[in-house]
Design a protein around this ligand. Structure first.
Ligand code: NAD
Length: 395
């Protein structure tokens, strides 16, 4: 009931959305048409039905984005949810470009270029030259400081974080990230855009990894530690997935991509070096060029290269499934506590909403904070539950 209340009622009221009116969106741009940009473009076009400009420096990326966007429309036609003529019209209002000038007149531009702060700063600086001062610039960064992306702009108040999750059409969460300078109009526009995309928005402070990636990375590193001490990858995944998670952390690595994970660990390590250690085994995975830990052709058997190069601590005692689970839950509890102490989100209900909607954690668990409270871990570690008495009031 608690998790349904959060996701069906509380988040729909968009706590954290300022009263200021949002900007009307009559034209929208996406810069960076890779994995995320193409999916975002497809959803924006279907939902907003306004002219869309897709910019990338790579002509092949633009062609792939066109295929993704048009295939998504064709699929809706086949399933009877969109008329053929309308699909044709929507395809005709998309401009694919390697230049910035077609972005002129956009009310919002979302960037989804590679996870690199310098690059994102340069992209916003060049976009700012062709759009109006009121155009909102949104970043789909997974972990980088959004305030820093805005700092060198003429109008830093227009920049907001807009973190959607992969696959974009499936996971309903957007972490809306407040920078130090963001205007109420830009923030309101991000909330309205989330709504228009049929997504639930949770307001977050501009803090490394925001909520979902920070907690998932903490969980992953706890699991890496178990594997460092001699537990097999599948054993670790099984120990954790009994909690009802959609997949184990090592399986998840294959979905996210090893280099992306290593980048997020780097960013979090920069901010919190004691809890987010730079694990040589994680770096080895990122450098391997492999798609994941498991060789999917052989089920959950790791690639030979991973099995050979993964360094196990010969002194360590191999953890039991119970040890692995307890340590993972304790790591999550400690991180959730710090996220709350740092006021990254308003309260524990927002953490629960984020993990339910952005990580696909099960509704029957009731939300991670609620679960940690119910099994007594929060009280044992902190002497009090994470979900406070007032938060329980279903306000
Ligand atoms: P990607 O590498 O698939 O795509 C990035 C695209 O940006 C490429 O097509 C590249 O050609 C283009 N690009 C590079 N420089 C450019 C420039 N100057 N102007 C225009 N385009 C340029 O990356 P991705 O996985 O789609 O990630 C994009 C962003 O989304 C990153 O910030 C990432 O952290 C974030 N994100 C990724 C995921 C995920 O699961 N991959 C999930 C959520 C958020």
């Amino acid at each position: 009931f608690y998790s349904l209340h959060l996701t069906q009622r509380r988040v729909r009221r968009q706590p954290g959305r300022p009263a200021a009116p949002a900007r009307n969106v009559d034209k929208i741009g996406v810069v960076g048409a890779g994995l995320m940009g193409a999916q975002l473009g497809a959803l924006l076009l279907q939902r907003l039905q306004v002219p869309l400009v897709v910019k990338d420096v790579d002509a092949r990326a633009l062609e792939r984005a066109r295929s993704t966007i048009e295939a998504a429309l064709d699929k809706r036609v086949r399933s009877g949810r969109l008329r053929q003529a309308k699909a044709g019209f929507l395809k005709s209002v998309v401009t694919y470009s390697r230049e910035d000038p077609p972005l002129a007149g956009c009310d919002v531009v979302v960037e989804a270029v590679r996870e690199d702060l310098d690059l994102k700063q340069r992209v916003f600086a060049t976009v700012e030259r062709v759009v109006e001062p009121g155009c909102v610039l949104a970043s789909n960064t997974s972990s980088l400081p959004v305030t820093a992306m805005a700092s060198a702009l003429a109008h830093p108040q227009r920049v907001v974080g807009f973190h959607v999750f992969n696959p974009v059409a499936v996971l309903p969460l957007v972490e809306v990230v407040r920078t130090d300078a963001v205007s109420d109009e830009a923030l309101s526009t991000a909330f309205q855009l989330a709504d228009a995309l049929g997504k639930s928005a949770v307001a977050c402070a501009d803090s490394p990894g925001f909520v979902v990636n920070r907690l998932l990375t903490r969980l992953l590193l706890s699991c890496v530690e178990a594997a460092n001490r001699g537990a097999g990858f599948a054993e670790v995944d099984d120990a954790v997935t009994v909690l009802g998670l959609p997949m184990g952390p090592f399986e998840l690595l294959g979905l996210i991509g090893l280099p992306v994970v290593a980048e997020v660990v780097q960013v979090l390590h920069g901010a919190y070096p004691e809890r987010f250690r730079l694990e040589p085994n994680v770096q080895m995975l990122a450098d391997s060029g492999l798609p994941g830990v498991y060789d999917s052709a052989r089920g959950r058997t790791p690639y030979d290269e991973v099995a050979r190069r993964w360094r196990v601590d010969p002194q360590a005692r191999k953890p039991t499934p119970e040890d692995i689970r307890r340590q993972a839950l304790e790591a999550l509890a400690r991180e959730a506590r710090i996220i709350l102490d740092e006021a990254v989100v308003a309260d524990a209900r927002d953490i629960d909403t984020c993990m339910l909607l952005g990580a696909g954690w099960p509704f029957f668990m009731g939300g991670i904070c609620k679960h940690l409270d119910q099994v007594g871990i929060s009280r044992r570690l902190f002497g009090a539950p994470l979900v406070g008495a007032t938060d329980q009031a279903f306000a």
